[in-house]
Design a protein around this ligand. Structure first.
Ligand SMILES: *[C@@H]1O[C@H](CO)[C@@H](O)[C@H](O)[C@H]1NC(C)=O
Ligand SMILES: *[C@@H]1O[C@H](CO)[C@@H](O)[C@H](O)[C@H]1NC(C)=O
Length: 440
């Protein structure tokens, strides 16, 4: 109780300090670029379907993203959907899983200028925390640790912090299968590249998680891929798993992309193409399946072409890729580069490929995108235009951009190779260039 009546300004300060003390998306230091928000949103739309064990969390995050993008009404509607999803999945009207959701709503109403509603949600949070206290003053409730871990993972925040939050949640509530699974997948992320093999202890954790979460096809496909990378023969298991995935196509969280990678590398590229087409035939309107089909055709045309691929394959790839560009407008930059690369392999597509590249080169891009584009254009110049000099110039342009990425590393590797083997008369120029190269 207050000895003196408090002023409006004071009460505003109290409200803000209470809001700042909440655990929710608005206080988790998530400050991504607009581009990141849009790409994340695209991904969440694909995975966020009924039956997904993280559906409540997905809606909370989508609400936050919509707020950040300037659509507060959408935000409100997603937060409401989140609460409803939790109600259905946890089979209870309230519980500690609503703390983050109510916190988001308190912040949203505060931003919308509705202080009374904001305070109402603050009171709801307080009531929940009383009813479901965390184990100690300096620890959060397991549900909050889990949601925080899952959310930070989507923003590729510090992997150790994510692991730490998951571990805390799991220690407190070891029966939540999906927490274990996501924890292991978080540990494994960053080993996605085909050449990197998972450390043995992570692989073992994944094996255990797979045993517990045996219905999770995403985990199963990912685990199979890891075993294949280690040299195990997996064709038969891959086919069996593909059959299961085909019967569960309505969520992109079903391991489709991982099983396609397994097919590509360890079964056969043609079967990968067929599998993706079969899935798309079953659900012709699922945009992520179009994306998968376009992906396998690109692999076939670009990575496996011994000689010229059939024109009909190229035509199919072009039409799918164009559809994918329109269905995923926020990822269209990379998809357009991919399309240009398909045109480059086509009988009469060279001029079109060059034209697409010129349009992209003349567009207004952030440094990271520019770097990616220069690297890809350099490869196209070398492989499709046999213009090694110009290609090396573009690898240098990519390397010059001081942004750490796979593409920068790749361009530097090409340049170092040329320098070491003195393969091109530009090697002296390249040597000098590499000596003066700034580190990011
Ligand atoms: C999750 O992992 C913990 C720690 O590794 C383990 O004790 C627990 O049994 C696992 N829970 C499930 C449901 O798999
Ligand atoms: C490539 O560049 C080198 C060095 O600048 C030059 O000597 C050579 O003639 C160029 N090659 C072509 C094909 O333009």
């Amino acid at each position: 109780s207050f000895l003196f009546p408090i002023s409006a300004a004071q009460s505003q300060t109290t409200l803000v300090s209470k809001l700042e003390a909440l655990q929710c998306h608005f206080t988790w230091d998530l400050d991504p670029s607009k581009k990141k928000l849009l790409r994340l949103s695209d991904m969440l739309v694909d995975i966020g379907k009924k039956g997904h064990c993280w559906l409540g969390h997905i809606y909370n995050l989508r609400g936050f993203i919509q707020y950040k993008l300037g659509f507060p009404e959408d935000a409100q509607s997603f937060f409401n959907k989140a609460a409803e999803a939790f109600r259905q999945m946890r089979k209870a009207d309230d519980g500690p899983w609503l703390v983050v959701n109510y916190g988001n709503l308190a912040w949203l109403h505060h931003h919308l200028g509705d202080q009374a509603e904001s305070e109402a949600y603050l009171s709801k949070v307080e009531a929940l925390m009383k009813k479901y206290p965390s184990p100690s003053q300096d620890e959060l409730h397991a549900e909050i640790y889990a949601e925080k871990a899952w959310t930070l993972m989507k923003f590729s925040t510090d992997r150790e912090l994510v692991a730490d939050y998951f571990q805390k949640a799991i220690r407190m509530q070891p029966d939540m299968v999906e927490w274990n699974t996501s924890h292991v997948m978080g540990l494994a992320s960053g080993f996605d590249h085909i050449d990197t093999v998972l450390e043995a202890d992570i692989l073992e954790k994944m094996r255990v998680a797979k045993e517990q979460d045996s219905e999770n096809l995403y985990l199963a496909a990912y685990y199979l891929e890891q075993r294949a990378k280690k040299g195990e023969r997996v064709e038969d298991e891959a086919r069996e798993l593909a059959g299961k995935i085909l019967r569960n196509l309505l969520s992109s969280y079903n391991g489709m992309k991982a099983i396609l990678r397994v097919y590509r590398h360890y079964v056969s590229i043609d079967e990968a193409v067929d599998l993706a087409e079969e899935a798309l035939e079953q659900h012709p309107d699922e945009r992520y399946l179009k994306r998968c089909a376009a992906l396998t055709l690109r692999w076939k045309i670009i990575c496996f072409s011994d000689g010229r691929p059939k024109q009909s394959t190229i035509d199919r790839a072009i039409s799918l890729q164009e559809e994918v560009i329109s269905l995923y407008p926020h990822s269209s930059f990379v998809k357009k580069i991919e399309l240009a690369n398909i045109y480059a392999k086509s009988n009469h597509g060279q001029a079109k490929a060059e034209q697409m590249y010129q349009e992209l080169l003349n567009s207004d891009l952030e440094p990271a995108d520019k770097q990616l584009l220069y690297n890809q254009y350099a490869k196209y110049l070398n492989f499709d235009r046999q213009d090694q000099n110009k290609s090396l110039k573009y690898h240098m342009k990519a390397a010059e951009i001081t942004h750490q990425s796979f593409y920068r590393g790749n361009s530097i590797k090409v340049l170092e190779n040329v320098k070491n083997k003195r393969r091109n008369s530009m090697w002296r120029e390249i040597e000098e260039f590499l000596e003066n190269l700034q580190e990011p």
